[in-house]
Write a protein that binds this ligand. Structure first.
Ligand code: CTP
Ligand code: CA
Length: 225
C-alpha cells in the first residue's frame, strides 16, 4: 500500500518528540504519575516520519509500540526525559513536547519499600521537576519549539501565557474539560497559537490531527533540507 502522506513536507528535518507520562518514584514499588496515554505524541512521531523527517521519540511508560522508522528512547522520570531530550536535541530542527511531565517528584526516594505506619496519615514532600521544553527553548541554538497546553478553563489565555513564558514558537491548546477529546482519548480538537496566528482545527482522530499539525508546522521551518 502506498504511503498516503508522502509529500515529504519534513524531508530531512530532524524532529524530537516527547510523549506519554513520566513516573516519579516514591520507593522501589511505588510512583506518582498521570493518565497520559502517549497517543498524541506517538501519532505526531508517525506523521513526522511519514513526512520524511528523522524522528526521535522520547517516551514515558505507555502501552504503544514504536511507529515505523522512528528512533524511540524509553524513559521513566522527568529528569530522565530531560537528560534524553538534551542529548537528542543537538542539531535538531523541531522539538515537540507532547509529554505530560509530572510537575513534582518526591523530594527523596526511599531505597526500601515504605512500611505502613501506625498513624492515620502520611506526608510525601514534593519538589518541582525541571521544565523540559522551557530548557530546550532556552538553548542558544534552539530548534523550532512546539508545546501543548491541556487546560480545563480559560484555555486560550492560559495557552498564550504558557507560550510566552516558555519561549515557545508554537503552542497547541486543547480543552480537556470536554469528554472525548484530549487526555487519554482517541480524538482531539486543538487551536494552534503562534506569535502571529491562532488557527482552530476541527475535532478529528489524533492520527488525522497529527498529519494536519505536521502540515501546519512545515512552513514555519527555515528551509527543507
Ligand atoms: N512541560 C515540560 N516539562 C515540564 C512540564 C511541562 O516539558 N516539567 C511541557 C509539556 O510537555 C507541554 C508544555 O510544557 O508541552 C505545557 O505543559 P503544562 O503541564 O500545560 O505546563 P505547566 O508549565 O506544567 O503548567 P500547569 O501548571 O498548567 O501544569
Ligand atoms: Ca504541568
Amino acid at each position: 500500500i502506498a504511503n498516503q502522506f508522502d509529500y515529504d513536507v519534513l524531508n530531512g528535518q530532524r524532529v524530537v518528540i516527547t510523549a506519554g507520562p513520566t513516573r516519579e518514584a516514591i520507593d522501589p514499588v511505588r510512583f506518582i504519575s498521570n493518565h497520559s496515554s502517549g497517543k498524541m505524541g506517538y501519532a505526531l512521531a508517525e506523521a513526522a516520519a511519514d513526512a520524511g523527517a528523522e524522528v526521535t521519540l522520547i517516551s514515558g511508560p505507555v502501552n504503544l509500540s514504536a511507529p515505523a522508522h522512528v528512533k524511540r528512547i524509553m524513559v521513566e522520570s522527568a529528569q530522565d526525559m530531560l537528560d534524553a531530550a538534551l542529548h537528542s536535541v543537538e542539531n535538531c530542527d523541531v522539538f515537540i513536547g507532547a509529554a505530560a511531565v509530572a510537575d513534582y517528584r518526591p523530594e527523596s526516594v526511599s531505597t526500601n519499600k515504605l512500611k505502613k505506619g501506625k498513624e492515620a496519615s502520611m506526608d510525601i514532600r514534593l519538589v518541582k521537576n525541571p521544565d523540559i521544553i522551557a530548557t530546550i527553548a532556552a538553548l542558544p541554538n534552539k530548534p523550532f519549539t512546539i508545546g501543548f497546553a491541556a487546560e480545563t478553563n480559560d484555555v486560550l489565555s492560559y495557552a498564550r501565557e504558557k507560550r510566552l513564558r516558555k519561549q515557545l514558537d508554537m503552542i497547541i491548546a486543547n480543552d480537556v474539560s470536554i469528554a472525548g477529546i484530549g487526555f487519554n482519548s482517541d480524538e482531539n480538537q486543538v487551536t494552534l497559537i503562534t506569535s502571529t496566528d491562532e488557527i482552530s482545527l476541527p475535532q478529528t482522530s489524533k492520527r488525522q490531527l497529527a498529519r494536519q499539525l505536521i502540515e501546519q508546522i512545515a512552513p514555519h521551518l527555515p528551509t527543507t533540507r
